[in-house]
Every structure is written in structure tokens, then in C-alpha cells.
Design a binder for this molecule. Sequence first.
Ligand SMILES: *Cc1c(COP(=O)(O)O)cnc(C)c1O
Length: 238
Amino acid sequence: MTQKQPHHSIADNYQQVLASIRSQEDRFHRPADSVHLLTVSKTHDADKVRQAYVAGARDFGENYVQEALDKITALAQSPQPLNDATWHFIGPIQSNKTRDIAGEFAWVHSVDRLKIAQRLNDQRPDNLPPLNVCVQVNLSNEDSKSGVPLDAAESLCASIAAMPRLQLRGLMAIPAPCAEHEQQRKAFQPLHAAFKELQQRHPTMDTLSIGMSNDFAAAIAEGSTMIRVGTAIFGARS
Ligand SMILES: *Cc1c(COP(=O)(O)O)cnc(C)c1O
């Protein structure tokens, strides 16, 4: 699958993605401003993150703990610190990284097992509000991919909802890549249905974290409340 390589500035790209979100909300009869933009800054340096910040980005997604900590530190120490940036961890989680994640991030989108949830709950510092958590669901059921199978999401959500230092916010998924809009929508549908059902039981669930550069229109059609976009803002990753 080819990914468009943007030729414009990060600020132009950011504004273009925002405009596209607004037009997809309209097209699929979603309320205005019901879809949030998470700017995925993994592999991009602090200077590029700052450019996105200046363009208006406040929520940033990172996949690699050490890379993220270096950037968070650099940006907090710079002459104009990014005090109101919110950091989201969206990558696979190793047990030995949960303390850093619990201490430095406001959100985690990629919780897919009980042991990791328990560690994050135990290690979330008392001086911070509860850590916002999405359960990552594996939609394609490939063994290699992260995520809990959809039929096990309910039980993991119930466990997390009972943990005092975690705030259960929703579901996240990364479907198998696919170029066609209707196919993309089909992949998201079971997740959207499960999300609506789980929301009945857990009113804190307000976030369906689906949609990336190549499929965010389909994700918005299927109820996404937060799209995670890297390439369309920063260009291709090397
Ligand atoms: C890299 C990544 C993204 C962004 O993907 P793009 O195709 O660059 O928009 C979104 N979500 C997760 C979990 C990622 O790892």
C-alpha cells in the first residue's frame, strides 16, 4: 500500500487533517468536534513535535518508551516548555516498562492483558490523576499482533474498571492494512458494536481509538472518537 508523502509543512498538514476530520464528521452525520486528533510523533524528533505543537497539536502518541522519555524531557526543558501537552502511549507494552509509562504518560491505548493493567495500577504515582486506559483489541486475530481477542475484551474492561488508579476510557484497535473504504469500515464494525455495548456497563468509556492516516475516514464512519495520525502530519517515517 502506498502512503502519500506530504510536501507541505507540518503546520499545513496538521490543519489539513483537522479540516478533513471536520468534513468526515459532516459526511457521516457525526456531531461536530466529536473526533479528537492524536498526533503520532514516534520516530520524529523534538523539533518536529514542537512544530506540530505550534500548529495547535496538544495530544501526542508515542510507541517506544525510551524515545518518548527523551523527547518529553527535552521539550519540558526547552525555553518554551510544552506544559499543556498530553502524552499517550500507543505501542506494545513490556512489563519492565510499566513504571516509566505509569509515571510519564496521561493515557495508554495498548493495554491488552491483566498483568500489565495491574502493574500500571500499582505504579501510577499518587500525585497524578488516574491513568486513562484503552483496551487494545486484536481485530484480525493474527497471533503476531498485539491486542486481546474481542470476546475477551469485556472481562479485561471489567477488571480495569475496578482498579482505583486506572480510568477505563475505551477501546483501541489497529486492523490489518487494507486500502478500500468499505472493507476498512467492515473491519471496524464489530469493534464499534462491542464498544457501544460496553459503554452501557461502563459509563467512563467515551473513547473509541481507531483510524490512522490511511483509514481515518472509515473509522469516523464507524464511531471513532480519536484518530491516531502520524504520516499524514509528519510525512513518511524512515
Ligand atoms: C504509528 C502508529 C500510528 C500512526 O500511523 P500512520 O499511518 O503514520 O498515521 C497510529 N497508531 C499506532 C498504534 C501506531 O503505532
